[in-house]
Each structure stands twice: as structure tokens, then as C-alpha cells.
Design a protein around this ligand. Structure first.
Ligand code: PEP
Ligand code: MG
Length: 601
């Protein structure tokens, strides 16, 4: 169990209070594991600016954060100004000149810097106090012009604070004890920045199992649960809790009895994991000898050791966009090349499938300042973004091509909705190849290029697409959300997000059949691939490869090794005739239970 007993000595923890009654809050477990420690409540609205002490040596980095936030704010104001000028004319856009003056106001900036060194508190709290004092003073003077200036200061203050709080580390920097993070939401870029030594687990009010923050938490082995409604009201910083990511439970003030039960559960899980480690060097063949390629998904190069330890045959999905998040500038070709080359050489002789940039949806690069959209998952995302921002896309394609010289790199495009996008992307790839050739740089001219099938239109048109690509990888996370029209990160409608919906099963079957007819293979790299209740079904539908989070790979391997393909095929045949998601799930679970009851727990 991730434990933070030491943290009990921290002043914010109620360790000296009398034993409090146990309380249980039920959410949805999205990353398995157990964690125990004090809660840290992260409130991120601009009213609740974190306020904490810093050390003298932290002052320069606080100043740097402040300056970066001012630069970002200035860029945002200039962008708004030009948009308003285009829409309603330069005169109305003039209001932003006043805002720019506030951002550049030396009196405020100098005072913040002085107070930082003097008061040794974080820059957000100092800036808030200084700016508010200026605004207060102006608003009290009986002069309409000065009152307007006070409003300008308040407006700009809010923006600077959002840039400081939103783009900084998740949680205050001064928070240096292990804790359970509780927040309204944790974004994918937050998760990428989590300090794994300090964040023992997290619980959020909203979210879902296929949100990228949850996927990332599983990769990082951080126990997590979502859907803990009103957590920010019900819990307090310092509450001692036990987070059960297996069952989606948060136990506040766990009793001795509960702690004993959880210690037993932790021992049981550890025994199970130890048994699975032994499978590492074994082949993922079914009992009747069919080999299923078993790969792992990664989000960051740091995940590669876990892939190797898991016994996966390489990387079936490298979500490269995490390399772009949390950066103030786009990564250069050289940086990306180094990154991809390192991952590829680390997994040799196995392959790595690099997925091209999938920004948008729930993953944003704040420094790109992409326009807000009403329906981001249906909007300017992934390949759609790349085919317009060719400047960004070609840098990545060139970096991937250069890394392909190692011989084990494959590439795939996300969110393909039809053949046109595949052709456009491939045309850019050819341009990049021609450039590299002219520059005398090495690359693998035969690098396999596949597509993700995650949009129903692509699944339906799979026979056409199959003729022009080397493989399919089904992104079930998105395929489900687009097929049943259920936002994958909206916990309110999570009950409608059903992997065993008959439409999903039919689409998977159509895709597999189309690929096999064209002589190419199909894998699954969405979360369905790691769900061992569904392994027999996927095998029965003819899937050739499964790619799951590294921590899930050993149990998927055990599942594959336990089944007989012929039984899986008859399960798929039966299920294809069925009409209800629940009944299909029950049928799948019953077959899985026949083969590996212990694994299903
Ligand atoms: C998917 O959609 O299933 C997938 C693997 O891609 P992502 O989860 O990154 O959208
Ligand atoms: Mg996807």
C-alpha cells in the first residue's frame, strides 16, 4: 500500500485529534491500487489562490514563473485584441490597451518582486495581494476613470493568476509531504506533471475511466478514482484517508478493522502480481497455439522500463502528444528525434508504433492557445489539426522518419475518418521523405504506416482504407464514444459508455474482416485491450494484436494463455447474434471465468 504515515506529522494533518468515525465515499475506480495518507484539496478557481511559504532559494524560480505568466497574459490579451478588432473594429479593441498597461505596470511588478524576497510566500499569493490593494485603492476614489482602471486591474489579475495556477505544478510547490490529491478535475497535462513521490493517489469529482488522465494514472501506477461528487465540500485538507482504486472507494478515518482488511487485500494483490511476473519470458499463445501479439501503450519515454518488465512484445501505441503538453514551446525536430530514437532503441528488437500527434479533445497544449470549442472531441483534434498545421505535423513526421532508421519503428495516424485524410497525411510523409533524402539523412523507406480506427465512418469504410495502409489499430476508447455518442469523459452518462454494445462488436468484426481480406493485421489499443473479461471476445473476433497499459500486460498474457481460440470463436459467433450490452457482457464474463476465475477476482 502506498503509505504516508510520515506525513501524519505534518501540521496540516489532524493527527492529534481524537479518533474520528470512519466514513466511506463511493466513486468509480479508474486506476487500481491502494494508497493511504492525508488529503490535499486542490481548489483551482481563481478565488482560491494557493498561499504557502517558500524558501529563499525558491525566489528566483518564483520570479521566473511570474515573468512567464505575465508574458502569456500579454500574448492572450494581444490575441483577444486582434480578434475583437477583426470582429467589431479597432476602436472597441482599444480597451485592451489599458489591460496591456496593467500587465506591464512596473510599480506592481517591482512590488511583487520585493515582497517575494521579503515575505517568502508563493508568487500567486503575493501578486493577488499587491494587485488587489492597487484595485481597492483606485475603486475607492470618486473618479469614473480611476474606477474603470480598478476593473482593468481586477480583470488582468484574474488572468495572470489563472496562468500562474493553471500552468504551474499541480498542487502548491511548497507542498512537500506525500498526500492524496482531491480535486474537481485532473487534466491529462496535470497528470503528466504529478510528482509520483508525493501524490500517492488522486480522487476527482468528475472524470471517467477512458479520460486521458485516468489512462495516464494507470501508466504511472497511481491509484485513482473519479466521480466522487462533492468531494471538495465533503473533505478537508488533512483528512486521513485510504484510497481504494480497485473498488473506487475513499475511506475517511479508516478504522483499525478496515485497515486490517486492506492490509490483507494488499497482500493478496501482491501475491497475484508476483505470480504474473513469472510469465514475463513466456509467449502469448492460446492453448491451441495461436500467437497473439501483446504490446504495451506508453505516454512518455519514462514508461519504457515498465514495458520491458511487463513482458510485452514492444509498444503498440506511443501517445506522443504527452511530449508536447506542459511545454511553453513546441518540441523541435531534434528533440523529438532524440525522444523517438531513444524509445525505439530501448525496445529493440521489438517494434514501437508511434502515433502521430493527437492534440485536442481532452489534451491541450496551453502555449498553443487553440481556440475553445463547444465540442472539442468532435472538433479540431488529432489528424484534423495536423493536416492544417502542416508546420507542426511535418516536424513530427521528419523526426519519426529519422528515428525509423533503427528499423523497428512503425507509425499510425489518429482519428482517421476516411481515406482522404490518409492520402493527405501520406502525401506529407512523402514530402518529408524527399526532403530527408535530399539532405542525405537516413530513414526506413519501408516504415509501416497504419491508421487508428476510432471513428465509425473509418470502421465502415475499412475495406477501402485497408488497401492503402499496413495495419489497423482499433482505438476503442474513441470508437465507443463516437458510435454511441457518449462523451468519454462525462461521468454523468458513463453508464451509456458500453464496450459490449452490439454496435461496437459488429464494427470490430467488420474492421477485422476487412483487414484480413486485404492481407493486413488488426490490433486493439484502446482500454478494451486490457480488460480481461473481454479478451476471449476480442480473440474470437479475430484480433491479431492487443496493446494495453504495461501494468495490465501480464494479466492479459495469462488470459491469452488460458483460452482456447475455438471456444473464443464460438463466443464471438453467439455474441454477434445478441442484442443487449449487459447480456453480452455477462456472456463474455462467463467464458472468461471458465478459463481464469482467479484472475478475475
Ligand atoms: C482510443 O481512442 O482508444 C485510443 C487508444 O486513443 P486515445 O485513448 O489516446 O484517444
Ligand atoms: Mg483515441
Amino acid at each position: 500500500m502506498n503509505d504516508a504515515d510520515e506525513a501524519a506529522a505534518q501540521p496540516v494533518t489532524p493527527s492529534s485529534s481524537p479518533r474520528l468515525a470512519e466514513q466511506r465515499f463511493q466513486g468509480v475506480g479508474v486506476s487500481p491500487g491502494l494508497a493511504r495518507g492525508p488529503v490535499f484539496l486542490l481548489r483551482r478557481d481563481d478565488e482560491s489562490v494557493p498561499d504557502y511559504p517558500i524558501r529563499a532559494e525558491d525566489v528566483p524560480s518564483e520570479v521566473a514563473r511570474f515573468e512567464a505568466a505575465l508574458v502569456t497574459t500579454r500574448v492572450q490579451i494581444l490575441e483577444m485584441q486582434s480578434k475583437i478588432a477583426d470582429a467589431i473594429g479597432a476602436k472597441d479593441a482599444g480597451i485592451f490597451d489599458a489591460h496591456l498597461l496593467v500587465v506591464e505596470d512596473r510599480a506592481i511588478i517591482d512590488e511583487v518582486q520585493r515582497k517575494l524576497a521579503h515575505e517568502l510566500r508563493n508568487v500567486e499569493s503575493i501578486y493577488r495581494d499587491v494587485a488587489n490593494r492597487y484595485a481597492d485603492t483606485l475603486s475607492r476614489i470618486d473618479d469614473p476613470y480611476l474606477r474603470e482602471r480598478a476593473l482593468d486591474i481586477q480583470d488582468v489579475t484574474r488572468r495572470v493568476l489563472m496562468n500562474l495556477v493553471g500552468r504551474g505544478h499541480i498542487g502548491p510547490r511548497g507542498l512537500d509531504y506525500p498526500h492524496i490529491l482531491v480535486a474537481h478535475n485532473v487534466t491529462p497535462s496535470d497528470t503528466a506533471q504529478l510528482n509520483r513521490q508525493l501524490v500517492l493517489g488522486f480522487a476527482t469529482e468528475i472524470g471517467s475511466s477512458t479520460a486521458h488522465s485516468a489512462i495516464m494514472a494507470r501508466s504511472l501506477n497511481i491509484p485513482a478514482l473519479v466521480g466522487l461528487h462533492d468531494a471538495l465540500t465533503l473533505l478537508q485538507t488533512g483528512d486521513q484517508v485510504l484510497l481504494d482504486g480497485y473498488h473506487g472507494l475513499l475511506v475517511v478515518n479508516p478504522s483499525e478493522q478496515t485497515l486490517r482488511e486492506y492490509e490483507e487485500l494488499a497482500r493478496h494483490k501482491a501475491r497475484l502480481e508476483a505470480g504474473l511476473v513469472e510469465l514475463r519470458e513466456t509467449a502469448s499463445n492460446t492453448r491451441d497455439g495461436r500467437h497473439i501479439v501483446l504490446s504495451a501503450n506508453i505516454e512518455l519515454p519514462d514508461d519504457v522500463p515498465a514495458v520491458k518488465a511487463s513482458g510485452a512484445e514492444g509498444i503498440g501505441l506511443y501517445r506522443t502528444e504527452f511530449f508536447y503538453l506542459n511545454k511553453s514551446e513546441l518540441p523541435s525536430e531534434e528533440e523529438q528525434y532524440e525522444n523517438y530514437r531513444r524509445v525505439a532503441s530501448d525496445v529493440l528488437p521489438h517494434p514501437v508504433i508511434i502515433r502521430t500527434l493527437d492534440l485536442g479533445g481532452d489534451k491541450f497544449m496551453s502555449s498553443l492557445h487553440l481556440p475553445a470549442e463547444l465540442n472539442p472531441f468532435l472538433g479540431w483534434r488529432a489528424i484534423r489539426f495536423c493536416l492544417e498545421r502542416i508546420d507542426i505535423f511535418k516536424v513530427q513526421l521528419r523526426a519519426i522518419l529519422r528515428a525509423s532508421a533503427l528499423g523497428n519503428v512503425k507509425m499510425m495516424y489518429p482519428l482517421i475518418s476516411g481515406l482522404g485524410e490518409v492520402r493527405s497525411a501520406n502525401a506529407l510523409l512523402e514530402e518529408c521523405k524527399a526532403e530527408l533524402r535530399a539532405e542525405g539523412r537516413e530513414f526506413d523507406d519501408n516504415m509501416e504506416v497504419g491508421v487508428m480506427i476510432e471513428v465509425p465512418s473509418a470502421a465502415i469504410c475499412a475495406p477501402h482504407i485497408a488497401r492503402e495502409v499496413a495495419f489497423f489499430s482499433i482505438g476503442t476508447n474513441d470508437l465507443i464514444q463516437y458510435t454511441v455518442a457518449v462523451d468519454r469523459v462525462n461521468e454523468r452518462i458513463a453508464h451509456l459508455y458500453e464496450p459490449t454494445h452490439p454496435a461496437i462488436i459488429r464494427l470490430i468484426k467488420m474492421v477485422v474482416d476487412a483487414s484480413h481480406a486485404a492481407g493486413i493485421w488488426t490490433g486493439v489499443c484502446g482500454e478494451m485491450a486490457g480488460d480481461i473479461a473481454l479478451t476471449p471476445l476480442l480473440l474470437g473476433l479475430g484480433i491479431d494484436e492487443l496493446s494495453a497499459g504495461a501494468s495490465l500486460v501480464p494479466r492479459v498474457k495469462r488470459a491469452v494463455q488460458s483460452v482456447e481460440l475455438s471456444v473464443c470463436q464460438s463466443l464471438a459467433e453467439r455474441v454477434l447474434e445478441m442484442d443487449a450490452p449487459d447480456a453480452i457482457l455477462a456472456e463474455c464474463e462467463s467464458t472468461a471465468r471458465e478459463f481464469y476465475p482467479d484472475l478475475l477476482g
